[in-house]
Design a protein around this ligand. Structure first.
Ligand code: FES
Length: 147
């Protein structure tokens, strides 16, 4: 066999092995990368949720509820007034909660604090909580995003 022909056959086999290796590498890395970086799911387009009856919520309490795929916080103040906010902290998206002892909305992640109007008053949160509108129809409570 001629040396030039042998060399080209060897080159061909090397290319074949190289492409095979690259194909194997892609078939291993692609699912790993797709697992690490999942696709973004579209946010559920919920504009209003029914939370229950007025009497289900005692004055001076806070209740976490589901608003689409995010948490919300319904407050019933001592005077009986209702307020609702997104329960997603404006710092790094932890879920906030009502702290009866502080009379404030509190984020456990970095000790962020909001007043009962949702305004950020201490800690790292940079912005107020998103406020929702509370509608009472009969004795049922609805929370809506519409103005
Ligand atoms: S995520 Fe709420 S204070 Fe940092």
């Amino acid at each position: 066999m001629e040396p030039g022909l042998r060399k080209s056959r060897r080159d061909f086999l090397n290319y074949l092995l190289g492409f095979g290796f690259i194909g194997w590498l892609i078939s291993v890395l692609y699912p790993v990368i797709k697992y690490i970086i999942p696709p973004k799911l579209p946010e559920a387009k919920i504009k209003s949720v029914k939370l229950g009856k007025v009497d289900d919520f005692k004055p001076g309490t806070g209740t976490i509820f589901k608003f689409g795929n995010k948490p919300g916080l319904l407050l019933r103040l001592e005077n009986g007034e209702f307020r609702a906010f997104s329960a997603v902290c404006t710092h790094l998206d932890c879920t906030v909660q009502y702290r009866e002892d502080m009379k404030a909305i509190w984020c456990a992640c970095h000790n962020g604090k909001y007043d009962l109007n949702g305004r950020n008053i201490s800690g790292p949160p940079p912005r107020p909580l998103e406020q929702f509108r509370v509608i009472i129809r009969g004795d049922e409570i609805y929370v809506t995003k519409e103005a």
